[in-house]
Design a protein around this ligand. Sequence first.
Ligand code: SF4
Length: 180
Amino acid sequence: MTHCIPTAACAQVCYASQGQQFYRNSVVKSLAIDRLIDLDSEHVARKMIDEAAGRNIRITGSGEITPKHAPLLSYINQFGGNWWGFTRRIDTHKALPSLMFSTDATSPSETMKYVREEVPVNRRSYLRRPDDPPSPLEVAVTFPVHGSVTNYTSKTPIHETDCPVDRKEIEGCWNCKRCF
Ligand code: SF4
Protein backbone atom coordinates (compact mmCIF):
# COMPACT_ATOMS: atom_id res chain seq x y z
CA MET A 1 0.00 0.00 0.00
CA THR A 2 2.91 2.33 0.56
CA HIS A 3 3.58 2.19 -3.19
CA CYS A 4 0.06 3.10 -4.30
CA ILE A 5 -0.77 6.31 -6.16
CA PRO A 6 -4.54 5.90 -6.00
CA THR A 7 -7.07 7.74 -8.10
CA ALA A 8 -10.05 9.31 -6.33
CA ALA A 9 -12.22 6.28 -7.15
CA CYS A 10 -9.58 3.78 -6.10
CA ALA A 11 -9.01 5.56 -2.79
CA GLN A 12 -12.76 5.61 -2.18
CA VAL A 13 -13.27 1.85 -2.51
CA CYS A 14 -9.77 0.38 -1.99
CA TYR A 15 -10.27 -3.24 -0.92
CA ALA A 16 -6.82 -3.33 0.66
CA SER A 17 -8.07 -0.77 3.17
CA GLN A 18 -11.00 -2.79 4.46
CA GLY A 19 -11.85 -6.20 5.88
CA GLN A 20 -9.20 -8.80 6.68
CA GLN A 21 -6.64 -7.18 4.39
CA PHE A 22 -6.57 -4.16 6.69
CA TYR A 23 -6.09 -6.09 9.92
CA ARG A 24 -2.93 -5.00 11.68
CA ASN A 25 -1.23 -8.38 11.18
CA SER A 26 -1.96 -8.32 7.44
CA VAL A 27 -0.49 -4.84 7.04
CA VAL A 28 2.59 -5.76 9.09
CA LYS A 29 3.07 -8.90 6.97
CA SER A 30 2.82 -6.87 3.74
CA LEU A 31 5.43 -4.40 4.99
CA ALA A 32 7.72 -7.24 6.09
CA ILE A 33 7.48 -8.95 2.69
CA ASP A 34 8.27 -5.67 0.95
CA ARG A 35 11.35 -5.28 3.16
CA LEU A 36 12.44 -8.84 2.43
CA ILE A 37 12.06 -8.28 -1.33
CA ASP A 38 14.45 -5.33 -0.98
CA LEU A 39 16.93 -7.46 0.95
CA ASP A 40 16.78 -10.77 -0.92
CA SER A 41 14.40 -10.98 -3.88
CA GLU A 42 15.82 -14.34 -5.00
CA HIS A 43 14.84 -15.91 -1.67
CA VAL A 44 11.33 -14.42 -1.91
CA ALA A 45 10.93 -15.71 -5.47
CA ARG A 46 11.89 -19.25 -4.46
CA LYS A 47 9.48 -19.18 -1.50
CA MET A 48 6.65 -17.84 -3.68
CA ILE A 49 7.14 -20.60 -6.21
CA ASP A 50 7.25 -23.25 -3.47
CA GLU A 51 4.03 -22.00 -1.92
CA ALA A 52 2.31 -21.63 -5.30
CA ALA A 53 2.95 -25.34 -6.01
CA GLY A 54 2.42 -24.94 -9.74
CA ARG A 55 -0.40 -22.42 -9.57
CA ASN A 56 -0.18 -18.98 -11.14
CA ILE A 57 1.07 -16.39 -8.64
CA ARG A 58 -1.16 -13.35 -8.15
CA ILE A 59 1.13 -10.32 -7.84
CA THR A 60 -0.10 -7.20 -6.02
CA GLY A 61 -3.24 -8.74 -4.62
CA SER A 62 -3.34 -5.69 -2.35
CA GLY A 63 -1.35 -2.56 -3.01
CA GLU A 64 1.19 -1.95 -5.72
CA ILE A 65 4.54 -3.07 -6.94
CA THR A 66 7.05 -0.65 -8.43
CA PRO A 67 9.89 -0.93 -10.94
CA LYS A 68 12.20 -1.89 -8.07
CA HIS A 69 10.32 -5.20 -7.87
CA ALA A 70 11.20 -6.18 -11.45
CA PRO A 71 14.16 -8.34 -10.30
CA LEU A 72 11.80 -10.40 -8.11
CA LEU A 73 9.63 -11.17 -11.11
CA SER A 74 12.69 -11.98 -13.21
CA TYR A 75 13.67 -14.54 -10.60
CA ILE A 76 10.19 -16.04 -10.69
CA ASN A 77 10.46 -16.34 -14.48
CA GLN A 78 13.97 -17.78 -14.18
CA PHE A 79 12.85 -20.42 -11.69
CA GLY A 80 9.89 -21.49 -13.82
CA GLY A 81 7.06 -19.74 -11.99
CA ASN A 82 4.07 -18.01 -13.59
CA TRP A 83 2.65 -14.74 -12.31
CA TRP A 84 -0.02 -12.18 -13.15
CA GLY A 85 -1.33 -8.96 -11.67
CA PHE A 86 -2.37 -5.36 -12.07
CA THR A 87 -0.87 -1.91 -11.79
CA ARG A 88 -2.08 1.66 -11.87
CA ARG A 89 1.38 3.15 -12.24
CA ILE A 90 2.88 4.11 -15.59
CA ASP A 91 6.44 3.58 -14.34
CA THR A 92 5.57 0.09 -13.12
CA HIS A 93 3.86 -0.83 -16.37
CA LYS A 94 6.84 0.37 -18.38
CA ALA A 95 9.08 -1.94 -16.33
CA LEU A 96 6.62 -4.86 -16.38
CA PRO A 97 4.40 -4.52 -19.48
CA SER A 98 2.74 -7.91 -19.07
CA LEU A 99 0.83 -6.55 -16.05
CA MET A 100 -2.77 -5.53 -16.58
CA PHE A 101 -3.20 -1.74 -16.41
CA SER A 102 -6.14 -0.73 -14.24
CA THR A 103 -8.09 2.49 -14.84
CA ASP A 104 -11.35 3.98 -13.60
CA ALA A 105 -13.62 6.95 -14.21
CA THR A 106 -11.28 9.25 -12.26
CA SER A 107 -7.99 8.19 -13.87
CA PRO A 108 -5.94 11.27 -14.86
CA SER A 109 -5.81 12.25 -18.53
CA GLU A 110 -2.07 11.49 -18.60
CA THR A 111 -2.81 7.91 -17.49
CA MET A 112 -5.60 7.46 -20.03
CA LYS A 113 -3.32 8.76 -22.82
CA TYR A 114 -0.63 6.27 -21.83
CA VAL A 115 -3.10 3.38 -21.75
CA ARG A 116 -4.66 4.36 -25.08
CA GLU A 117 -1.28 4.62 -26.80
CA GLU A 118 0.86 2.01 -25.03
CA VAL A 119 -1.28 -0.72 -23.49
CA PRO A 120 -2.85 -3.42 -25.69
CA VAL A 121 -6.57 -3.98 -25.13
CA ASN A 122 -5.98 -7.41 -23.62
CA ARG A 123 -3.90 -5.78 -20.84
CA ARG A 124 -6.47 -3.12 -19.91
CA SER A 125 -8.94 -3.27 -17.02
CA TYR A 126 -11.49 -0.86 -15.59
CA LEU A 127 -12.80 -0.49 -12.04
CA ARG A 128 -16.45 0.56 -12.14
CA ARG A 129 -18.55 2.08 -9.35
CA PRO A 130 -22.36 1.86 -9.59
CA ASP A 131 -22.81 5.35 -11.05
CA ASP A 132 -19.82 5.25 -13.38
CA PRO A 133 -20.21 4.94 -17.16
CA PRO A 134 -18.55 2.00 -18.96
CA SER A 135 -14.87 2.44 -19.72
CA PRO A 136 -14.25 5.09 -22.38
CA LEU A 137 -11.47 2.86 -23.70
CA GLU A 138 -11.88 -0.66 -24.96
CA VAL A 139 -10.84 -2.99 -22.13
CA ALA A 140 -10.40 -6.71 -21.56
CA VAL A 141 -12.15 -6.73 -18.21
CA THR A 142 -14.41 -4.53 -16.10
CA PHE A 143 -14.47 -4.96 -12.33
CA PRO A 144 -17.62 -3.82 -10.56
CA VAL A 145 -16.45 -2.56 -7.15
CA HIS A 146 -16.21 -5.66 -4.98
CA GLY A 147 -14.46 -4.90 -1.68
CA SER A 148 -15.60 -6.76 1.43
CA VAL A 149 -17.16 -3.54 2.77
CA THR A 150 -17.74 -1.73 -0.53
CA ASN A 151 -19.29 -4.64 -2.40
CA TYR A 152 -21.31 -2.84 -5.07
CA THR A 153 -21.33 -5.54 -7.72
CA SER A 154 -25.10 -6.04 -7.66
CA LYS A 155 -25.65 -2.26 -7.94
CA THR A 156 -23.31 -1.83 -10.90
CA PRO A 157 -24.74 -2.14 -14.43
CA ILE A 158 -23.76 -5.34 -16.23
CA HIS A 159 -21.21 -5.02 -19.03
CA GLU A 160 -20.05 -7.62 -21.51
CA THR A 161 -16.47 -7.33 -20.22
CA ASP A 162 -17.38 -7.92 -16.55
CA CYS A 163 -15.14 -10.24 -14.56
CA PRO A 164 -16.99 -13.58 -14.33
CA VAL A 165 -15.78 -14.23 -10.79
CA ASP A 166 -17.15 -10.90 -9.58
CA ARG A 167 -20.42 -11.77 -11.25
CA LYS A 168 -20.33 -15.21 -9.59
CA GLU A 169 -20.54 -16.98 -12.94
CA ILE A 170 -17.46 -19.09 -12.20
CA GLU A 171 -15.17 -19.81 -9.26
CA GLY A 172 -11.52 -18.88 -9.48
CA CYS A 173 -9.40 -17.02 -12.02
CA TRP A 174 -7.83 -20.31 -13.12
CA ASN A 175 -11.14 -21.11 -14.83
CA CYS A 176 -10.96 -17.86 -16.83
CA LYS A 177 -7.35 -16.70 -17.28
CA ARG A 178 -8.38 -13.53 -19.14
CA CYS A 179 -5.91 -11.49 -17.08
CA PHE A 180 -3.05 -14.04 -17.16
S1 SF4 B 1 -11.89 -14.18 -13.28
FE1 SF4 B 1 -10.93 -13.73 -15.25
S2 SF4 B 1 -11.44 -11.57 -15.63
FE2 SF4 B 1 -11.77 -11.93 -13.45
S3 SF4 B 1 -9.81 -11.35 -12.47
FE3 SF4 B 1 -9.77 -13.57 -12.84
S4 SF4 B 1 -8.73 -13.81 -14.79
FE4 SF4 B 1 -9.38 -11.66 -14.66
